[in-house]
Design a protein around this ligand. Structure first.
Ligand SMILES: *Cc1c(COP(=O)(O)O)cnc(C)c1O
Length: 386
């Protein structure tokens, strides 16, 4: 008999976050069609201690028991996660804030934190027998899918706005993916992906229209907690596009609380977007995205998501955490990159510079205080935006 190498995953089912209807975790799923919401993975985490962390694995798969993959032979990994989390000491003293951490996701495989979500999603797709995956992307998700699909021997089709940087297009082709370029933003690409799903039977890996990229991004929350010795920062500032990382971290925090790994108040979650495309700020402020809302292009490619599918879950996490939303301008992001490069010796991607600018604005508004610890992200490598 063939030997099966188990991950000892504690995943049990998928459910709709709105009506709690269950979906089968052992078959191919996209989203909760009952309420048009993302599907969320449920785990049996009663009496689970930190000893389930595989400390011999320096990648995010050290938390494999809290991820949805069942058979290790289906694992598709390029050593994603396990990224550094370090102090921006000069920025902290300039802004007069207790501590500013930077979680540097730019060092991930394919140069962005998209690798986390895509590693889990492609592994699961392989486990469930998917042979061709399609993804709409502003850039980084496409590169990540292309790389992991190559490793997994699965076909990939990437749909990207034509105006995206050449580096982001070229890497997809080098990894052997089919690349389709369209006029417009990621929502136009999403429509094309849905069409290819319908016509050709491709598996649609759009942000949160597939359950497992969320689980990969969840590992951000586990890593931050472990790296800070299970004491979370007061505030986390997240550059929000589709919202996967924000929702994922919030899920991780709730799971860790349930397992007793952390206690006390959870971080206040801040959504940062650009003035050119800020549907979540509009929703937080007005309760909805205006009917005629027109987003325009921004240098922060990962934030150019005019209509996030997971709007409800993003808003829920921000509100439940007593968080807030803040917008930044293109010029402020440019200056933020220069500030941090010239003082800390780190090149931030435009999305990540937005977290730093957001921090400055929230200090000015007196929403973040001197004695607080704040965590910022470098979600992708600056070098990909040439
Ligand atoms: C995708 C992306 C984001 C936004 O992430 P979401 O989880 O979709 O909100 C931010 N920064 C970079 C560099 C990205 O590629």
């Amino acid at each position: 008999m063939e030997q099966v190498h188990l991950t000892h995953s504690r995943a049990t089912s998928l459910y709709c976050p709105s009506c709690k209807k269950e979906y089968n975790i052992h078959s191919i799923q996209n989203f909760a069609t009952c309420c048009n919401q993302p599907l969320v993975t449920n785990y049996n985490i009663k009496n689970v201690s930190k000893s389930i962390i595989d400390i011999t694995d320096s990648s995010m798969w050290r938390y494999a028991q809290l991820l949805p993959l069942f058979n290790k032979d289906n694992l598709v990994s390029l050593q994603e996660g396990g990224t550094p989390n370090f102090l921006l000491s000069k920025a902290a003293s300039t802004l007069n804030i207790h501590k500013i951490y930077l979680k540097d996701e730019g060092v991930n495989p394919t140069g962005s934190f998209k690798a986390r979500g895509i590693s889990v999603a492609v592994s699961k797709a392989k486990e469930l027998g998917v042979t061709h995956i399609v993804i709409p992307t502003a850039g980084n998700a496409g590169g990540a899918l292309s790389a992991y699909a190559a490793k997994a021997d699965v076909k990939a089709t990437v749909i990207m706005p034509r105006h995206t940087s050449e580096t982001l297009k070229e890497e997809c082709m080098l990894y052997g993916a089919e690349l389709i370029l369209l006029d417009g933003l990621i929502d136009a690409c999403g429509k094309k992906a849905a069409q290819l799903k319908e016509e050709k039977g491709y598996f649609d890996m759009s942000t949160l229209k597939e359950p497992y990229r969320l689980e990969g991004k969840k590992t951000l929350g586990y890593e931050i907690a472990e790296q800070l010795n299970w004491k979370l920062p007061d505030v986390i500032i997240y550059p929000t596009g589709g919202g996967t990382g924000l929702i994922g971290m919030w899920k991780a925090f709730k799971e860790m609380k349930e397992m007793g790994w952390i206690s006390g108040k959870l971080p206040r979650m801040v959504v940062v977007q650009t003035e050119n495309c800020n549907p979540m700020i509009q929703t937080l402020n007005n309760g909805f995205i205006p009917e005629m809302y027109l987003a325009t292009q921004t240098k922060a490619l990962g934030l150019a998501v005019p209509k996030p599918f997971a709007t409800d879950l993003i808003i829920d996490a921000v509100r439940a955490s007593n968080g807030i939303g803040i917008s930044v301008s293109e010029e402020e992001m440019e200056r933020g990159i220069e500030d941090i490069a010239g003082s800390e010796g780190i090149l931030l991607s435009p999305e990540s510079s937005a977290t730093y600018v957001g921090l400055k604005k929230l200090i000015e508004k007196d929403w973040i205080h001197e004695d607080e610890t704040v965590l910022l992200f470098n979600t992708g490598s600056w070098y990909k935006y040439r």
